[in-house]
Design a protein. Structure first.
Length: 285
């Protein structure tokens, strides 16, 4: 916390302190250096009987605050003027300082004392299963990153790429998530894993999940693909290009009879040779 002495030292020893707007003019000591038509009393609270007329006093305040707002030591001046002294109150209870009136500074001080501190909301770790709540922050962050990638991609290589992991680590994380969420790794599908993660709060509820498609995708892939074959009964065997999603193959459906039509092609007539007149010129002697 900044003390009054430290704030005052920073203010008065500022390299631009001599160029402050409320400094006296060298030729007219009672006038401001920034505006030789504005008296220095514009920054001070009037203690004279009667004082200045209200309209003139407000005009002086407006011009003084405008000069403060473009002053090179505005920040240091405002910090010092709003510093609290040990006994209570402001270091500068009077005058316009830091572009603020004394009334505004007192109101800000009262508001800071009466305002209730805003406490951050606790993270919803209590809703997590006990096995997941015991994970370290790094491990939980890695699993959430994997779930976000799994919701976006269906191919296991693309899931690992999105999660910034190698394929073996990504598959191990998927298997570990099935164990933590109480799912059977041999029969659980990808969508079932994502739904369980969303239900317990690991995966945000607003996350969009790309569906598996006609055949389910295993939640925890195995190296030999036995788990995938176990849950994808009836899926035709097809060539899979590495790095691309495994799209299901469907049988071609014939076009309806109404859409069938005969396309006629028009051939151009064959070219014919036409006799042309030829004139032979003899060579000059």
């Amino acid at each position: 916390m900044t003390t009054t002495e430290t704030a005052y030292t920073d203010f008065t020893e500022h390299r631009h302190y001599a160029y402050r707007g409320c400094a006296p003019d060298p030729d007219q000591p009672r006038m401001s250096a920034a505006d030789d038509t504005l008296p220095l009393d514009a920054w001070a609270r009037s203690t004279e009987d009667g004082g200045l007329p209200q309209a003139l006093r407000r005009e002086y305040e407006r011009r003084a605050i405008a000069i403060c707002n473009r002053c090179p030591v505005l920040a240091a001046c405002r910090i010092y003027a709003n510093t609290e002294v040990p006994g209570g109150g402001l270091a500068e209870p009077d005058h316009i300082m830091g572009g603020q009136r004394s009334l505004d500074r007192h109101r800000a001080l009262i508001a800071s004392r009466t305002a209730q501190p805003v406490l951050p909301e606790p993270a919803p770790t209590a809703a997590l299963p006990p096995a997941i709540a015991k994970l370290s922050p790094e491990s939980l962050a890695a699993k959430r990153r994997l779930l976000a990638a799994l919701a976006r991609e269906t191919d296991e290589e693309l899931v690992a790429y999105r999660a910034h992991m190698d394929l073996r680590t990504a598959n191990w994380q998927r298997s570990a998530l099935c164990t933590l969420l109480g799912l059977d790794k041999e029969t659980a599908s990808r969508e079932l894993l994502l739904e369980a993660a969303r239900a317990c709060g690991i995966l945000p509820a607003r996350t969009r999940v790309v569906p598996d498609g006609r055949w389910p995708i295993v939640a925890a892939p195995s190296t030999n693909g036995a788990r995938q074959r176990r849950i994808e009964r009836g899926r035709p065997v097809q060539l899979v290009i590495p790095g691309l999603p495994d799209y299901p193959r469907v049988r071609p459906v014939p076009a309806p009879a109404a859409a069938r039509h005969l396309v006629l092609t028009h051939r151009a007539p064959a070219a014919s040779l036409l006799p042309l007149p030829v004139r032979i010129m003899e060579t000059a002697a």
